[in-house]
Design a protein around this ligand. Structure first.
Ligand code: URA
Length: 255
């Protein structure tokens, strides 16, 4: 048995806080009866309706897509621009999947899509510290001091970013640009672009190379694949307990 607001949030319908609000507003029915009690417990057998819509009980699915540039990280767009979910729909995927976190319209590559609200909430929670690695082409020649600032933290929107792993990969003196790989464990809005803006080297091109241990090797832009069961399990472990090497007493068997 689970609390009603948790079941609603985990279905991907909305956040836990919004679910609580909907319950208090009398917009949630369990087996046809309005429930306004926040601690109300429900089981798999209960029929839940939110705002007249039956709660989605579909099987959980997980996809990794190579997101092309020029599409929005959303389920739909009011201006009718291409959205990332279109690629799955065109291939007959019927489940109501949505992106885990955001990549900008002009950011390419690794993106996870699922209808598993619980995993989404875990992975996007700041506590989870999931590593996200980006390849950045930025304006100008990045100095050692710039790299140090990116590594130790720069101020964006009045907030100092957490430590990051940063490597300078190449510089193009003719075109005055640099290529940098950066791994961050946060997911603030436009974070990478703002970090590079803060050190005076605006981003020209951005792509995400890895999300946790996942990459899109073998997938062309717009192509996707389902996650393997062990990958889903590993994501749950990472999101709940952090990087294995950070878990106290964690041992890796070496063969
Ligand atoms: N940081 C950004 O600035 N944009 C993205 O798309 C992802 C991370």
């Amino acid at each position: 048995m689970e609390r009603l607001q948790k079941v609603i949030a985990n279905s991907g319908f909305t956040s836990r806080r919004k679910a609580e609000q909907l319950i208090l507003e009398g917009k949630v029915k369990v087996n046809g009866i309005i429930v306004t009690e926040l601690g109300y417990k429900v089981s798999d057998k209960d029929e839940i309706e939110v705002d007249g819509v039956p709660l989605n009980k579909e099987e959980k699915v997980y996809y990794l897509i190579n997101k092309p540039r020029g599409c929005i990280c959303a389920v739909s767009d009011d201006k009718n621009r291409p959205v990332v979910v279109d690629f799955l729909r065109k291939q007959g995927i019927k489940e109501r999947v949505y992106p885990v976190g955001r990549l900008d319209y002009d950011t390419a590559r690794v993106l996870l899509l699922t209808n598993d609200g619980e995993l989404t909430n875990l992975l996007t929670h700041p506590k989870s510290q999931i590593e996200k690695t980006y390849l950045v082409r930025c304006e100008g020649i990045v100095s050692n001091d710039d790299l140090r600032r990116l590594r130790t933290g720069v101020e964006i929107d009045g907030y100092v970013t957490q430590k990051a792993k940063v490597n300078l990969l190449s510089v193009d003196r003719k075109n005055k640009s640099s290529q940098v790989r950066i791994t961050i464990t946060e997911g603030k809005y436009h974070q990478v672009k703002k970090m590079f803006e803060a050190i005076g080297h605006p981003v020209k091109k951005l792509r995400r190379e890895r999300f946790a241990f996942l990459d899109v090797e073998g997938l062309k832009p717009g192509e996707f694949r389902p996650l393997k069961v062990h990958e889903v399990k590993q994501l749950y472990v990472l999101a709940r307990y952090g990087q294995p090497e950070k878990i106290k007493g964690y041992k890796i068997r070496r063969y």
